[in-house]
Design a protein around this ligand. Structure first.
Ligand SMILES: Nc1nc2c(ncn2[C@@H]2O[C@H](COP(=O)(O)OP(=O)(O)OP(=O)(O)O)[C@@H](O)[C@H]2O)c(=O)[nH]1
Ligand SMILES: [Mg+2]
Length: 618
């Protein structure tokens, strides 16, 4: 036992305030100086995390409170990054389960709590955002008990302490009427209720690698927890690889954590979370142990991916204009590198060496990877996301999810119909009966039916619906789900789009590009309102025959284009289309670019309520 250490992970549904609570814990433990400028949600340190305001990668920090070192792992709440939570739970001895005082437990609360209970980690429940005007902390506490019981929590797991918090102001209390000015009650609860790490410092060394990092001077760093024994800089150690083989190495550098920094250490022992160098080639899940008596820790695999996309080299005529990395070799190396740290990702080889099947936990999981790659200078093309099916007793099964929608009551009818056509089965309707009249709808739905659903629902409900999903296992293949019922408007030649040509096309559907944009043959420039594809000339110039015409030209009123970002494009494309991704551009294209070589689309089955009609703008 190492009395002076506690290891905790903070887990919750997305946006319930985990990273904000870590801010307050860092401030109140004196990590920052009083006048230091520190950004909000400081742990969300990578560019995409800051832009999107969500946590993507689990990260660890450490603070000291009353002489005890508290290692804290902040985890993402979005379901696509559940693999990160699974990874984090291997490092800790307990969890802080945060629940929004108004929203109550949501699908990802259930997922992360189930993982924590399975790992036998004692929880501390923190009902956060008690300052919200619509906070209902008492009810939420009851819902949390219901959730624990529903998840078959053991008797002792039900005896969790409850704290009420306002993470933004850095206040926690053990009862709603207690007066508190800070997080002291929370720190006390951590010291009291989270067990000190077990593990004998005099036993054989066992360090489980849970994350990788990189240092310019020291190469690959492995971040992990010492489960037993101790380790000093300069020690010889053995790495037990995932395939069971053993490899000898020397620990050239050893770090502990303090706030946002890695600090040099000479020695560390059982219970602590450290980073080590001198471990080239090591990966997550491997054990660092003694050379003489190597003893590996069990590697528990994470949940399997549910969605796949084909990543291939960019073969568009504009390939190589913007990107630095464009070859299949670059693509392969980059994906291989990603596999080292992205624990829930899988990559499969395909028939051609130019393409890879990349499997992840959801559209966002893959979109974040693609977005990261384009920012690094990669160019690539990606196909339509598909769900991962499997064969059981000769029958095809597909992933299904629980879908929970919270929306104003007036939209219930529209949403029920929409989700019905996507094979969603309604399991529950609850009217909150509160002012504003919001309803909560629950469904089980094939993961397939969710692709592109979010943006449609936001459009249908004018941005008022909140949608949450939770992977719910596999079920028999649910039959065909009608695909996009609109076709594409496709450029039939290379050139620069003109206002004149676009003006004459905008009646046809919705355009993704404005005048001046360069196009090529086979590039999709808009969504056709009809079901079929249509080739169009977008580079046509108006003949300048007389003065009056050119004056009339200036009066052209173009409806503003609706440019597609990566996620919208991923949702939009059909089976015979790719999204072309480059550092500066997102384009949709036909897989077969030449008009005369492309097979025609078949007329899709028409179902009521599923037609997407372009919305007039302005
Ligand atoms: N009113 C109120 N807002 C809060 C509180 N705690 C956090 N928030 C806000 O909630 C939003 C989400 O906070 P985050 O800390 O990013 O939530 P998170 O749980 O880390 O989110 P993910 O990591 O993406 O799952 C931010 O706008 C915070 O300012 C609180 O106690 N009260
Ligand atoms: Mg966060």
């Amino acid at each position: 036992m190492t009395e002076s250490i506690r290891n905790i992970a903070i887990i919750a549904h997305v946006d319930h305030g985990k990273t904000t609570l870590v801010d307050a814990m860092l401030w109140q433990s004196g990590i920052f100086k009083a006048n230091q400028e520190v950004v909000e949600r400081v742990m969300d340190s990578n560019e995409l995390e800051r832009e999107r305001g969500i946590t993507i990668l689990a990260k660890n920090t450490a603070i000291f409170y009353e002489g005890v070192k508290i290692n804290i792992v902040d985890t993402p709440g979005h379901s696509d990054f559940g693999g990160e939570v699974e990874r984090a739970l291997k490092l800790v001895d307990g969890v802080l389960l945060l629940v929004d005082a108004s929203e109550g437990p949501l699908p990802q609360t259930r997922y992360v709590l189930r993982k924590a209970l399975e790992a036998k980690l004692p929880p501390i429940v923190v009902v956060n955002k008690i300052d919200r005007a619509d906070a209902r902390p008492q009810e939420v506490v009851n819902e949390i008990y219901d959730l624990f019981i529903d998840l078959d929590a053991a008797e002792e797991q039900l005896e969790f302490p409850i704290l009420y918090a306002d993470a933004r102001r850095g206040i926690a209390k053990t009862s709603l009427d207690q007066s508190s000015e800070n997080l002291a009650p929370l720190f006390q609860a951590i010291l009291e209720h989270i067990p000190a790490p077990a593990g004998d410092p005099t036993d054989v060394l066992q360090l489980l690698v849970a994350n990788l990092d990189y240092s310019d001077y020291h190469g690959r760093l492995a971040i992990g927890r010492i489960f037993s024994g101790s380790l000093a800089r300069g020690d010889e150690a053995a790495i037990v690889k995932l395939d069971g083989t053993t490899q000898k190495t020397r620990i050239t550098k050893l770090y502990g954590f303090k706030g946002l920094e890695r600090v040099d250490a000479d020695r560390a022992e059982a219970g602590d979370i450290v980073a080590i160098a001198g471990v080239e080639g090591i990966t997550i899940g491997e054990t660092v142990t003694s050379v003489e008596t190597p003893r590996a820790l069990l590697h528990v695999p994470v949940d399997e991916p549910t969605i796949s996309m084909v990543f291939t080299v960019n073969t568009s005529p504009f390939s190589g204009r913007e990107g630095t990395y464009v070859t299949s070799r670059h693509l392969r190396d980059r994906l291989k590198k990603e596999l080292l740290t992205n624990v829930a990702l899988l990559v499969e080889e395909m028939d051609t060496t130019d393409s890879f099947k990349v499997l992840g936990r959801g559209e966002l999981h893959l979109a974040i990877l693609i977005e990261t790659m384009r920012r690094e200078g990669h160019e690539l093309a990606v196909g339509k996301p598909e769900t991962v099916t499997r064969q059981v007793n000769g029958k095809v099964q597909e992933p299904v999810e629980q879908l929970i929608l919270d929306c104003p009551a007036e939209f219930v009818g529209v949403l029920m119909q929409k989700i019905g056509t996507r094979k969603g089965i309604n399991t529950k309707i609850v009217g909150h009966g509160r002012p504003g009249g919001r309803a909560r709808l629950e469904f089980t739905i094939p993961s397939r039916g969710l692709i592109g659903l979010r943006s449609e629902i936001l459009q249908d409900t004018r941005g008022t619906a909140v949608m949450n999903t939770l992977f719910d296992g596999y079920a028999e293949w649910q039959g065909e789900i009608p695909r996009r019922l609109t076709g594409s408007l496709i450029a039939d030649r290379v050139g620069r789009a003109t206002g004149y040509a676009l003006y004459n096309l905008q009646e046809r559907g919705e355009l993704f590009i404005g005048p001046g944009v360069e196009v090529y043959e086979g590039m999709v420039i808009g969504e056709n309102a009809r079901w079929d594809d249509m080739e169009v000339n977008v580079v046509k110039e108006k003949k300048q025959t007389n003065m009056r015409a050119s004056v009339a030209d200036e009066a052209i009123r173009l409806i503003p284009a609706r440019p597609l970002n990566l996620e919208l494009a991923m949702e939009f494309i059909a089976e015979d289309e790719y999204v072309e991704v480059t550092p500066q551009s997102i384009r949709v294209r036909k897989k077969i670019l030449e008009t005369n070589k492309r097979p025609r689309r078949h007329r899709p089955r028409r179902e009521a309520g599923n037609e997407r009609v372009p919305q007039p703008v302005g």
